[in-house]
Design a protein. Structure first.
Length: 99
């Protein structure tokens, strides 16, 4: 990942376009994929040691959703989270759901 730094709090009146301008875009994309808000049409994977690049091509399904504000709040509160922290929590949630 290119960065693990958050840009800090967002304006409460921000919209989806503001969200995609943040430096922690990988978290935004991961969360929107999990919330089924992004539609992926194409995936490109490049493996060149030690770099792995993943490119997703698709579209955002809707521009008006209250969950976006929840996602912005989540990013504001957890801006220092690493991608490893994110996937560890995701794995715990998945395992908890299987019980």
């Amino acid at each position: 990942m290119k960065n693990t730094q958050s840009q800090g709090p967002l304006d409460p009146d921000s919209n989806i376009h503001d969200l995609f301008q943040r430096r922690d875009l990988e978290y935004v994309v991961a969360a929107l994929l999990l919330l089924d808000k992004l539609s992926v049409d194409s995936v490109l994977l490049y493996r060149g040691s030690p770099v792995v690049e993943l490119t997703l091509l698709g579209r955002y399904k809707t521009l008006h959703d209250d969950k976006i504000n929840d996602l912005v709040d989540f990013l504001d509160k957890n801006g220092d989270m690493t991608i490893d922290d994110f996937f560890t929590a995701l794995n715990k949630k998945i395992k908890r759901g299987r019980r």
